[in-house]
Structures are given as structure tokens and as C-alpha cells.
Design a binder for this molecule. Structure first.
Ligand SMILES: [Zn+2]
Length: 496
């Protein structure tokens, strides 16, 4: 068995440089040093599973998947936790509207999340915990907060006492005065301070509820994430991610709860937040009629192009969704596929012929080193994916220029492996499913089978059995093999 191309990945020369990350907590770029050497523990707020994820949600999934992949590329083991919020007001309202249970609603949209994650090539998380699986742990945390004098109980509700928390506002940098005056804080006569928030909500008719020391009820949203992060990663952990809209109050409250319950001043070392996604320069909203679900976008565009679009901007900047941007991404994907195919084709030819070394091989080898260096430099700088893509496209130009005259299989294989590797970090797979070279033998067998099928089809055509001929062509197409009839007979290629 010959070594598959992909076994050569990881050959890139690693440069010694720190990864720098922008930490919302300090509002500055910092050297990334995980708390435990070689191991990164990371929590990302997952979806509330009450509706189809929109393309802005998909951006968040892709951003943090890319960051995780880069950390793995740089040799870290990453424990990646992303949750499902499967009980909250929005879920209860929607389930009541549809006359189904909250669990049924959750099951439907969790399944939808997994479909979208697969289409966007998002790596499975280490664990995808659901809030309702951790009710006892949430109760335990709330009890600790009460015991530490930082929460109070009113009629079966439990509220966090913000006035008792010294560094409230540490993440959002919102001062107590702004908070008290803020229209965002709901007026609730049960709270002693308008800034206080619910850790536990007393049961209301028609809502799911669990037994607790304060009577039946359900957890507050913020409490869920604090508990799942601490449960799977321990405190403190390295990275907490989410959209910018979660900085306040969700993440501010998470810090307050975890600090108050477990007596840790800084429960998370690095807070990373991705920017908003706009639609044709407008904020996406149902009332503006410009709302795009991830499903809709994935049904209309090549999945690789959607992923490429979502990493085409820096993760902290706003990103604008528009048809032109998606068309551009589609063209970019085409260029990447062509480069990958060019290399594959040349490697296949040389394997049959043997090779020497030419000037083009040397230029290509230089371009590989430049790609590795440039890609790492950009990604080390707070995961600058647009910069990384620019390096990749500069390499694609080198591939287009030098591959024709290159003769050295080792250089071409390294070009192929390096390109596939860096694209893989961005979650792009231009080798296509089933196209990952599985060694010479398997690909020869497949070629043999296709040739045999085409011979059978030619015989069917010769006896005017169009139904059989069409069926073979159709079934091959379903398998991603496109047959074209030329004047020299049928040819086939893999559809990418
Ligand atoms: Zn969360």
C-alpha cells in the first residue's frame, strides 16, 4: 500500500512564535498561553434550539471551529465544548405555539444543527451537552451562590445579587450607573436591584419544571452555560467564545456566577467574540424581511463557498452577506479546486513516467515554504483568516505557473499536502469526499470499475438500449462521476 497523500500532512515546518489573541476581557491582543501545557480547554455558547439557525449563527459555529482547528494544527490538544440551550422562554413559547413539547422542539432543531454543522464541515465537539442534562449541577451551583451570600430567594425565584459582586462589569466595561439607568434592564419588583438577574425561575403553568430546594422551577439561561463550562472543563479554563451580542449580559453574568459560586476571580482566561453578520449592509431581522437561515444559504450555494465566505473576513469584524460575496466565494472555491486538481493530475502523470528536477520544482518548493510561513504568520495574529487566504491564493498562482514544468513528485506531493493541510485548517476540503487519495490501489480499482461500467454502457448504446445507457450515466452522476460523450468516445471526471 502506497502512502496516501494526506499522510504527508503535518510536514510543514513550524515556526516558533506565539499565537496572539484579542481578549475581550482586557481589550487587547495577548500572547496565547494555555493554563495547562499543550492542552486547550474551550467553551463556545451554542444555539438555543427553538428555530432554524440563521446565517449569523452559522458564522459563529464556523469562526470557533476554525480557531479550534488552528490550535490543533499548532499542536495543541483541544477539548471543545459547545452546548444546546434546550429550555428557555423562546423555546417554551414556540413549543406552546406549535402544541408540542419543549423536548420535541429541541430534538427537531438539534438534528437540524447537526445537519448544518456537517454541511459546513464543522468538527464534532468533544461534547455537546444539553442544559436539561445538568439540572442537578445547576441547582448545586445556585445553592453555592446563595451560601456565599451572593443570591437571594423570592417566591421560588432565585436572583443573583449584583450589588454584592465587586467586579461586575469586568467584561462588558459597563459601569453600575449605566446599568441601573439602562433600558435593557427589565423592571421587576421582586428584585432588590434592577441589575440582578435570575439564576432560577419559579414554575409557571404550562412550563417544564424540575424539583429544587426553592420549589419547582427551571434554570436561568446564564446559569446553564456557567455550569456546563465548569462541569466539562473545570475552572478556570482557557477560551470562552460566542457572538459579540453575548458579551452583555450573558457572559458578564457567567463570570459573576462562576466567581461567586466557586470563589475564582477569573473563571476564564481568554474571552473571544465574533462580529455581527449583516445582510446587504443591514442588520438581519425578520421584520426587515432580510432574514437568511443557514439552511436557505446552504441550499443555494456550494457548501465550500459558504464556508469560504464565512472565513473571508476577520472574525471580530462585521461581515456582510450579499449575493456578490457568495458568487465571489464560489469562484474562489473553483480556483482552489483547479489548483488541487492540477497538482493531483501532474502527480498521477509523473508516477507513471518517473522524474527529474527542474527550475519549476525549485520555484514551487520556495512557494510552499512561503505559504507555510505566511499562513502561520497570519493565523498567529488573532486568527487572521483573510490574511491567510491571501497567502493561499498567492500559492495557487505559483501552482498554476510552475506545475506544468515541475518534474519532481516529492515537491508536487508536498505542494498538494501543504495546500490540503492549510485549507483543512479553514475547514475547506477541496479533495472532495471520497476523493481523498486512498492509495494507488484503491484508485486504480475504482478507475477499472468505472471503465467497465462505461463499456457496458457503450454496448447498451450500440444495441439502442437507451434506458440502460441512461441509467448507468445517471447512477454514476449520483456518485459524483460525470460522463461526457465526445467524438473519441465517453470520458469521465469527478464532479467536485
Ligand atoms: Zn452561553
Amino acid at each position: 500500500m502506497q502512502t496516501p497523500f494526506y499522510a504527508l500532512t503535518g510536514v510543514s515546518v513550524r515556526v516558533v512564535r506565539m499565537i496572539r489573541v484579542y481578549n475581550t476581557l482586557t481589550r487587547s491582543k495577548e500572547d496565547f498561553v494555555p493554563l495547562e501545557e499543550g492542552h486547550v480547554r474551550m467553551y463556545v455558547c451554542g444555539p438555543t434550539v427553538y428555530d432554524y439557525p440563521h446565517i449569523g449563527n452559522a458564522r459563529s459555529f464556523v469562526v470557533f471551529d476554525t480557531i479550534r482547528r488552528y490550535l490543533e494544527y499548532r499542536g495543541y490538544r483541544v477539548t471543545y465544548i459547545t452546548n444546546f440551550t434546550d429550555v428557555d422562554d423562546k423555546m417554551i413559547n414556540r413549543a406552546n405555539e406549535e402544541g408540542i413539547t419543549v423536548q420535541e422542539l429541541a430534538a427537531r432543531f438539534i438534528a437540524e444543527y447537526y445537519r448544518i454543522a456537517e454541511e459546513l464541515n464543522i468538527k464534532p465537539a468533544t461534547v455537546n451537552p444539553r442544559a436539561t442534562e445538568h439540572i442537578d449541577d445547576i441547582i448545586d451551583m445556585v445553592e453555592r451562590i446563595i451560601k456565599n451570600g451572593r443570591a437571594y430567594v423570592v417566591d421560588g425565584d432565585v436572583y443573583f445579587d449584583v450589588s454584592e459582586h465587586p467586579n461586575y462589569g469586568v467584561l462588558s466595561k459597563i459601569s453600575p450607573d449605566e446599568l441601573s439607568a439602562g433600558a435593557r434592564v427589565e423592571v421587576d419588583e421582586k428584585k432588590t436591584d434592577p441589575r440582578d438577574f435570575a439564576l432560577w425561575k419559579a414554575e409557571k403553568p404550562g412550563e417544564p419544571s424540575w424539583e429544587s430546594p426553592w420549589g419547582r422551577g427551571r434554570p436561568g439561561w446564564h446559569a446553564e452555560c456557567s455550569v456546563m463550562g465548569a462541569y466539562y472543563l473545570g475552572l478556570p479554563f482557557d477560551i470562552h467564545g460566542g457572538g459579540q451580542d453575548l458579551i452583555f449580559p450573558h457572559h458578564e453574568n457567567e463570570i459573576a456566577q462562576s466567581s461567586a459560586a466557586y470563589d475564582i476571580e477569573t473563571p476564564v482566561k481568554y474571552w473571544l467574540h465574533n462580529g455581527f453578520l449583516t445582510i446587504e449592509s443591514d442588520k438581519m431581522s425578520k421584520s426587515l424581511g432580510n432574514f437568511r437561515t443557514a439552511r436557505e444559504v446552504l441550499d443555494n450555494f456550494d457548501h465550500q463557498a459558504v464556508r469560504l465566505f464565512l472565513v473571508s473576513g476577520h472574525y471580530r469584524q462585521p461581515l456582510d452577506y450579499n449575493t456578490q460575496a457568495l458568487q465571489q466565494a464560489t469562484q474562489s472555491v473553483e480556483r482552489l479546486r483547479n489548483a488541487v486538481d492540477t497538482l493531483r493530475g501532474k502527480i498521477a502523470i509523473l508516477e507513471k513516467r518517473g522524474s527529474g528536477r527542474t527550475e519549476a520544482d525549485d520555484r514551487l518548493a520556495e512557494a510552499i515554504d512561503k505559504l507555510v510561513e505566511g499562513f502561520q504568520r497570519e493565523m498567529d495574529d488573532d486568527f487572521n483568516t483573510p490574511g491567510a487566504l491571501a497567502e493561499i491564493f498567492s500559492f495557487v498562482r505559483a501552482v498554476n505557473t510552475y506545475t506544468k514544468d515541475a518534474q519532481k513528485t516529492a515537491v508536487l506531493r508536498r505542494a498538494y499536502a501543504t495546500l490540503a493541510e492549510v485549507l483543512g485548517v479553514l475547514g475547506l476540503d477541496m479533495t472532495g469526499s471520497g476523493r481523498q487519495p486512498g492509495g494507488e490501489e484503491s484508485s486504480q480499482q475504482i478507475e477499472g470499475l468505472i471503465t467497465l461500467l462505461l463499456e457496458v454502457r457503450e454496448e447498451a448504446r450500440a444495441r439502442k438500449d437507451w434506458a440502460t445507457a441512461d441509467r448507468i450515466r445517471h447512477r454514476l452522476k449520483e456518485m459524483g462521476i460525470v460522463v461526457s460523450d465526445t467524438k473519441d468516445g465517453p470520458t469521465w471526471k469527478l464532479e467536485l
